[in-house]
Write a protein of this length. Structure first.
Length: 410
């Protein structure tokens, strides 16, 4: 975990020595919520097959989770500022467990729309966890390595996504069960128990509260003025990224199966051991590279690559188009933590408040799947990819802006 120091050019730790254990504990949460969210992407196709709902209807799964993010982000930030990171994490874990246990009555109800209520509660738990963990990780070492540190932590989110999609696909598409509500109760009951065990661990483990030094009085006004536009542009870019990422994840299996190119179980393997594996590897490699190469350079290269892959995916070139959608995961892997870190960089005492506002950007996860599902129902999944293509262009614009700011500072 060493890079170069600001002063001597010798070793500086990616994570400050006194924060190694907190970093490991918080990083474990990234794995847990990654796996939990990835199962939702498998559920979309599962409900389309079992309950014969449309793509637009199945997109309500993601819509409810990410609407909870949108509505809960500011209250989550307020709770964490008042009661601390550990309380925020424990509350988030308990809420997630409650939402997961609420799937159990669905065995008797057997109604697709009932599932939306526990998903909303589950989403409230997730937003607390992410609002606490993302900014906390950026502060556990040198500001110059904040993006790299967050990418390393987020790589475990990618690992959780990969495992969640793989196990979820095997469970749902490998099962002979025709009762959708009975099926979903099993994995989420297991997840709920794990979340409660982790919550108990955090009750007895004390996390150090990292103090954010306020900006010097003579610099405060200048910093706010200089960083104001960057923050709000970053906020818009995060919304755009969420629209792209979540809509692609939600309908990846549809894109691979609607024309008979793959079966659902094959598409699940392509998602987990193809796209999501590349996503995780991209975050690991990206995190390492960012300790040696300017974050803005890597971000710009990835934004260009993402737009190029989506254009190829929409080209209708058979295998090449399918592979392009898988390779896209490499380029998008570093985007969320990188945009997040660049947006809050230099905000000082306003970091936690800004972080909770940035978490509201996840509302894009509610908008994107609904739009893509509607177009997919009425046209085709290839045409529907115009939605993430448009929003990735916005991400590219922010990457260009960030690179220009970096070049001017040099």
């Amino acid at each position: 975990m060493d890079a170069k120091t600001e002063n001597s050019g010798t070793a500086v730790r990616l994570v400050a020595r006194e924060y190694v254990i907190p970093f490991i504990l918080i990083t474990s949460l990234f794995f847990l919520w990654g796996g939990s969210r990835a199962i939702l992407d498998v559920l979309n196709k599962h409900y389309q097959l079992v309950m014969h709902v449309s793509k637009t209807q199945s997109s309500l799964i993601q819509m409810m989770v990410y609407m909870a993010y949108f509505l809960g982000a500011l209250p989550a930030g307020l709770l964490i500022r008042r009661l601390g990171t550990r309380t925020g994490v424990i509350t988030g874990l308990v809420l997630f467990a409650v939402g997961s246990f609420m799937f159990m009555p669905a065995v008797d109800v057997g109604n697709f729309y009932y599932i939306l209520l526990p998903l909303f509660v589950l989403g409230l738990g997730l937003v607390l966890l992410e609002t606490a963990a993302n900014p906390y990780v950026t502060l556990l070492g040198s500001p110059k390595t904040s993006a790299s540190r967050l990418n390393i932590a987020q790589s475990f989110n990618g690992l959780g996504c990969m495992m969640g999609a793989l196990l979820g696909g095997q469970f749902f598409f490998g099962s002979t069960s025709t009762e959708a509500s009975a099926s979903i109760a099993v994995p989420y009951t297991v997840i709920a128990v794990i979340m409660l065990i982790v919550a108990v661990c955090f009750v007895f483990i004390k996390l150090p509260e990292v103090v954010i030094a306020p900006p010097k009085q003579h610099e405060a006004g200048t910093a706010r003025k200089a960083l104001g536009f960057a923050f709000f542009f970053g906020f818009a870019a995060l919304i755009a990224y969420e629209i792209s990422e979540i809509s692609i994840n939600t309908f990846f299996i549809n894109f691979m199966t609607d024309d008979g190119f793959m079966t659902p179980i094959q598409a699940t393997w392509a998602l987990s051991m193809g796209g999501l594996l590349l996503f995780m590897m991209g975050r690991v490699v990206g995190g390492i590279l960012m300790s040696r190469v300017a974050t803005e350079k890597i971000f710009l290269a990835c934004a260009i690559g993402a737009v190029a892959m989506l254009l190829l995916a929409m080209s209708g070139l058979g295998m090449a188009s399918k592979m392009a959608l898988i390779v896209l995961y490499v380029f998008e892997s570093i985007m969320f933590p990188t945009i997040f870190a660049l947006s809050i960089q230099g905000l000082g005492a306003n970091t936690e408040k800004a972080s909770s506002i940035l978490m509201m950007s996840v509302v894009g996860g509610a908008i994107g799947p609904l739009a893509l599902g509607y177009i997919g129902d009425h046209y085709s999944m290839t045409v529907a990819l115009a939605v993430p293509l448009t929003t990735f262009v916005i991400v590219l614009a922010f990457a260009i802006y960030s690179y220009v700011r970096y070049a001017r500072r040099k």
